[in-house]
Design a protein around this ligand. Structure first.
Ligand code: NAP
Length: 281
């Protein structure tokens, strides 16, 4: 389909934000190191993933870049995201650290550059301005944020065309308030830790719904996420078997009743909750 999404029905395997189509299912790489990372990214690209998620703090940008370069997949076919770490959000640092990321990733640009955490709201306009400068130079296609609360996202939107807010989102942690802002402002919500870092796998409700479709609890969860308007997700899997099965979610659909049952599993369970996070902000 056209990158601008005009004149065509949106496809289930992609989500459109600000006129750009993004593969709804991406490959997360947190905690993937060494050969596991090389093999994982290579398998993901071979199996058909076209959306990769890394971050400076994961320490694997070089491996992601190597696997991408070796894959034979054209750079422009892949939606590549990285994130600026907390200690590098001063404007001057944003520029140099992003250039370092590009070198490690062996690419001229990233599709999406995110502020990893809202830890320097005091200089948010300046950080975003520096990111916009990188965008103007063609080093960054889109700028975005991660772990921003609805209020923080609104603040960021006052300074820049924020493309995405990447946050923890799975059946045990709802994001209703944030989704409302994202949909109103055409911001992509990318769901991280979509499998609740493995906790959804044995869930009896998800398993029961899966049985009706011949799918696993993990597949039901990922399907539930990408079936929601404006939502993409980036499960991490080291094993080829998991990488492959996580992609097999576009050949079935959940009913409204099934989606409602999954949404009812919400219990405010946040897994990624470092000391510096302030969810009331
Ligand atoms: P996750 O994707 O919810 O869960 C990963 C775990 O689930 C791994 O132990 C994996 O096992 C297992 N798994 C994956 N597919 C499976 C399947 N089909 N069946 C059974 N088990 C399966 O957790 P996550 O890594 O925290 O989140 C995903 C990505 O989101 C990260 O890698 C990162 O890119 C991003 N993220 C971003 C932030 C942020 O602050 N922006 C924070 C956290 C995560 P194996 O690896 O053994 O296959």
């Amino acid at each position: 389909m056209n990158g601008d999404g005009s004149g065509e029905e949106s496809r289930m395997d992609e989500v459109i934000a600000r006129g750009t189509a993004v593969p709804a299912l991406g490959y997360g790489t947190w905690e993937l190191e060494g050969d596991d990372c090389l093999r994982g990214v290579a398998a993901a690209l071979e199996l058909g993933y076209r959306h990769l998620d890394t971050a400076q703090v994961y320490g694997n940008e070089d491996l992601v870049g190597q696997a991408l370069a070796d894959s034979g997949v054209a750079r422009e076919e892949v939606f590549l995201t990285t994130k600026v770490w907390n200690s590098r959000l001063e404007p001057e640092r944003v520029r140099s650290t992003t250039e370092d990321s590009l070198r490690r990733l062996r690419t001229d640009y990233v599709d999406l550059l995110l502020i990893h955490w809202p830890v320097r709201m005091d200089i948010l306009p300046q950080t975003l301005e520096a990111m916009r400068g990188l965008q103007e130079r063609g080093l960054v296609r889109h700028v975005g944020v991660s772990n921003f609360t609805p209020a923080q996202l609104r603040e960021a939107l006052a300074h820049a065309e924020v493309f995405c807010n990447q946050v923890e989102y799975h059946p045990y942690l709802g994001q209703a308030a944030l989704l409302e802002v994202c949909r109103e402002q055409d911001v992509l919500l990318t769901a991280y830790s979509p499998l609740a870092r493995g906790r959804v796998l044995e869930d009896p409700v998800l398993r029961e719904i899966g049985e009706a479709h011949g799918k696993s609890a993990a597949q039901v969860t990922l399907r539930w996420l990408v079936q929601q308007p404006g939502v993409a997700t980036i499960p991490k899997a080291a094993s080829r078997r998991h990488i492959e099965s996580n992609l097999a979610i576009f050949d079935f659909a959940l009913s409204d009743a099934e989606c409602a049952r999954i949404a009812a599993l919400e219990r405010g369970e946040r897994i990624v909750d470092p000391d510096w996070a302030d969810w009331a902000a």
